[in-house]
Write a protein that binds this ligand. Structure first.
Ligand SMILES: NC(=O)c1ccc[n+]([C@@H]2O[C@H](COP(=O)([O-])OP(=O)(O)OC[C@H]3O[C@@H](n4cnc5c(N)ncnc54)[C@H](OP(=O)(O)O)[C@@H]3O)[C@@H](O)[C@H]2O)c1
Length: 242
């Protein structure tokens, strides 16, 4: 993998991008809030394609984050949620949706100011067993909670409607299928669309409008969970036919 060069330029939407002159690829400092299967999968993928990634946890000594950073080389690091958010130019929320507000508060509003916060979470409540219910729905969502709590962050809901392997490799599901986004900041959504297409290989990015679109994206989870059982865990995704 080609090493990123250290030339800083002002990129679109005021992001400072590290530019590889040879291939014209953009490398960023990425914060991943969350050490579960989604966080570690996204973090590994992003390090693998040349970004610098800090994975954040409740404690700086989190064992799986420590091991992840040790195994992934010099572009990988770990720390608290706040350490990661301070480091990242773009931040992914990959914490359990039921506690995302709490986790992102630990990351700190100052560390999120002006940054894109890509919210991958789902508000699943496993406290009464399987299948989980939603901790919040109908008139609110985690995406909206985060945008209200962090008005200076640019929250974009994305990628929460598929298994983590498909997020970075849509070709695991044959044919054309969709990734949905929503958020209040038009420029942030354009940047996330670029990330989804250029980094992850998505072709169909469906913009559902403002952040209240998170309600539908999160409420699709009961259907998703049922399909997961119907298709016996084989990869699948949603496609809107029209
Ligand atoms: N699994 C998938 O394929 C998939 C697909 C789409 C969307 N999602 C959504 O993506 C998110 C991440 O899923 P996941 O399975 O990777 O991880 P997860 O188990 O849902 O969440 C793990 C993270 O939540 C943090 N956390 C747990 N309790 C906390 C609390 N009380 N306060 C603060 N932080 C707390 C953990 O912190 P520590 O690091 O300190 O332990 C950890 O970083 C979820 O919202 C999930 O619904 C998952």
């Amino acid at each position: 993998m080609e090493r990123p060069q250290r030339r800083l330029v002002e990129g679109p939407h005021h992001l400072y991008l590290r530019v590889s002159r040879a291939r014209g690829r953009h490398f960023l400092r990425i914060a991943i809030l969350g050490t579960g299967e989604v966080g570690s999968h996204l973090a590994s993928f992003l390090v693998g394609v040349g970004h610098e990634v800090k994975i954040g946890s409740r404690t700086a000594e989190n064992a799986s984050a420590t091991e992840w950073a040790r195994s992934k080389g010099p572009r990988a690091s770990h720390g608290t949620f706040a350490d990661a958010a301070a480091f990242g130019e773009v931040v992914f929320n990959c914490t359990a949706g039921a506690i995302s507000l709490e986790a992102v508060r630990m990351a700190g509003a100052e560390n999120l100011k002006g940054k894109i916060l890509i919210d991958v979470s789902n508000p699943l409540d496993f406290s009464k067993g399987m299948p989980p219910t939603l901790t919040i729905c109908n008139t609110d969502s985690v995406g909206e909670q985060l945008q209200r709590a962090f008005p200076e962050a640019k929250v974009v809901k994305a990628l929460n409607t598929m298994r983590h392997e498909i997020m970075t490799n849509p070709s695991l599901v044959p044919g054309s299928h969709d990734v949905f986004i929503c958020g209040n900041d038009v420029a942030a959504k354009a940047e996330v669309t670029r990330i989804l297409k250029d980094w992850f290989g998505w072709r169909e990015v469906v913009d559902l409008g403002d952040i209240t679109g998170s309600r539908g994206l999160e409420m699709i989870l009961p259907l998703w969970l049922r399909l997961f059982r119907v298709y016996n865990r084989a990869p699948f995704n949603f496609k809107v036919a029209r």
